[in-house]
Design a protein. Structure first.
Length: 326
């Protein structure tokens, strides 16, 4: 039995689908609420769904699990309720960490590239406490993820009991099927596909930094299937623990994404550049790029999907079909 928190969410539901395809028994912990989020797990033969408020009681009735994959979080970078963010992203994560340590259960959790803030310290996934303390996240979400990373690093440094395997994954800009419930937090591919499909211009933000052209802002875009592959590989490597970046290691521009969407549709690329909202300008990231050397150094050798191939698969296999769900 594998528990996936946030299992009806974006990355979580893709992990759940793959586990189920492989014949694993999977319990999902998530809130489905009143939108179409339930469709993310509708095709998966899951064992059960547990409400997050009942999770502690559910775990109390378990002697063992094969793994906990903790993807559940408040993941919006614009959320302002820091108390709620801390409770979900830190307190819950701590309880799961302690349960896994006490029950000898592997624990893989979602950290975030948002921990790097504006990237003044670079994007190297050093999980030593001194390095983590130098990071300056730009929002409550990034701060909460960094806080838990530091809590983990401190526990390891003090020699406290830990899960037999523990891994934090600093996801960069993930895109792919089952992200539709995320609203404005959806990837630029999901947000701009309908414009391109209708033959309308794709709108991108103008640059307000002279170092970058309009649409030249750079991100490390990683296809969700690559993220799933890394999680599965890690669970097959029980001796690998640590905090690792999960991107491609290659920064690409938003203009590149727009051209990839158009190419996948067989259409010429049309782009309109619009002013960036003033509210987000002070904390806007113009560049992210995962340093992937650490994950490679522990033996992960699979190539990452190129932006063009990933966008093409996403568009052709999901967004442009009558069924967008994995």
């Amino acid at each position: 039995m594998i528990l996936v928190t946030g299992g009806a969410g974006f990355i979580g539901s893709n992990i759940v689908a793959t586990f189920c395809e492989r014949g694993s028994a999977v319990t999902v912990c998530d809130r489905l609420r009143d939108n179409d989020k339930w469709r993310n797990v509708a095709k998966a033969d899951i064992a059960d769904i547990v409400d997050p408020d009942a999770l502690d009681m559910w775990l109390a009735g378990r002697l063992r699990l094969d793994a906990i994959v903790h993807m559940g979080a408040i993941s919006s970078t614009t959320v302002t309720d820091a108390d709620l963010t801390f409770d979900v992203n830190v307190s819950l994560s701590t309880r799961l960490w302690k349960w896994c340590a006490a029950h000898d259960t592997p624990f893989i959790y979602a950290s975030s590239a948002a921990t790097y803030g504006a990237g003044e310290q670079g994007f190297r996934d050093d999980d030593q406490i001194e390095a983590l303390l130098r990071l300056r996240p730009l929002n409550a979400y990034g701060w909460s993820k960094c806080f838990f990373d530091r809590r983990v690093a401190n526990a390891v440094a003090r020699g406290e009991q830990t899960p037999p395997q523990w891994v934090g994954l600093k996801f960069f800009n993930v895109y792919g099927p089952n992200e539709y419930h995320k609203g404005t937090m959806r990837s630029v591919v999901a947000q701009k596909f309908s414009l391109a499909a209708a033959g309308a211009p794709i709108t991108l933000f103008k640059s307000h930094d002279p170092r970058y052209t309009d649409g030249g802002q750079l991100r490390d875009f990683v296809y969700v299937r690559d993220c799933v592959d890394v999680v599965l590989w890690l669970l097959e490597q029980p001796k690998v623990s640590g905090i690792f970046n999960l991107g491609t290691g290659e920064a690409r521009s938003f203009a590149d994404v727009a051209h990839a969407i158009a190419a996948a549709l067989g259409l010429p690329a049309k782009i309109d550049y619009i002013p960036m909202p003033e509210a987000i300008r002070p904390n806007y990231q113009y560049f992210t790029q995962a340093d992937m050397n650490r994950l490679r150094s522990v033996g992960y050798e699979a190539p990452f999907t190129s932006l063009e191939a990933g966008v093409r698969d996403y568009v052709v296999s999901y967004l442009a079909t009558g069924d967008r769900y994995r």
